[in-house]
Design a protein around this ligand. Structure first.
Ligand SMILES: C[S@@+](CC[C@H](N)C(=O)[O-])C[C@H]1O[C@@H](n2cnc3c(N)ncnc32)[C@H](O)[C@@H]1O
Length: 211
């Protein structure tokens, strides 16, 4: 039933951009851990969110193959720019050519480095942040993103249900599950934001900073 519903949803959503389709295929054939890439539905949603918010500056923590970066960049306003961080330097050879080939390449800053240490040195503020790095450090990303968020800005965080492990006692000692639970608790207790968890894929939290 769930599979049939997935197919139905897929058939009734806009088709995948041909470049993103090819990137997703290349991610699956050439990289280990291809499940980390956003994919069609989440890419569409991120694209729409960027189209709605029209952020001047986007921050992404965790580029991987570049799928979500290219999906978001495609909806940026003409003066928009995207800073995407990838800590794993072995990812650069695969991802850089895809980013360089994008129509928005001159407005995408693909940085190899730890977002937690590099972002604070930039002296920039972001209107839209996508958190998709190491689940153990989600709270650290959140605190960093909050410090560099423009008033009224948005933070979107991926994997916030972590395959349902957030409510499964079997994962009470799992560091990644604990990281996601800490993040969800922190966001829910933050009186300066409003948030909603969408049960899309692995859970996607939308956070709006209240001014
Ligand atoms: C789930 S993947 C990102 C997928 C990509 N955002 C997408 O949706 O297509 C997570 C990536 O975050 C990277 N990462 C982990 N910690 C990071 C950090 N502190 N700064 C930058 N990148 C980080 C990992 O190396 C990995 O490639």
């Amino acid at each position: 039933m769930e599979e049939a519903l997935d197919e139905y949803i897929e058939a009734h959503c806009s088709p995948e951009d041909p470049v993103l389709y090819r990137l997703y295929r290349a991610t699956n054939t050439q990289l280990t851990r291809p499940r980390m890439a956003s994919g069609h539905m989440q890419g569409l949603l991120l694209r729409m969110l960027v189209g709605m918010v029209r952020p001047r500056r986007i921050l992404e923590v965790g580029t991987y193959s570049g799928y979500s970066a290219l999906a978001m960049a495609s909806a940026m306003p003409p003066d928009g720019e995207l800073f995407t961080f990838e800590i794993n330097d072995e990812q650069e050879d695969f991802t850089r050519p895809w980013i360089d080939a994008a129509p928005e390449a001159d407005r995408i800053h693909f940085v190899i480095g730890d977002a937690l240490t590099v972002v604070p040195t930039l002296g920039l503020r972001f209107d839209f942040v996508f958190l998709d790095g190491d689940k153990r450090h989600y709270v650290d990303y959140y605190e960093m993103a909050r410090r560099h968020l423009t008033p009224g800005g948005y933070i979107v965080a991926d994997n916030t249900l972590w395959d349902g492990h957030v409510v499964d006692p079997a994962y009470d000692a799992d560091p990644q599950t604990l990281g996601i639970r800490r993040f969800n608790d922190r966001v829910a207790a933050d009186r300066e934001v409003e948030c909603v968890i969408l049960p899309l894929r692995d859970g996607l939290t939308l956070i709006h900073h209240l001014t």
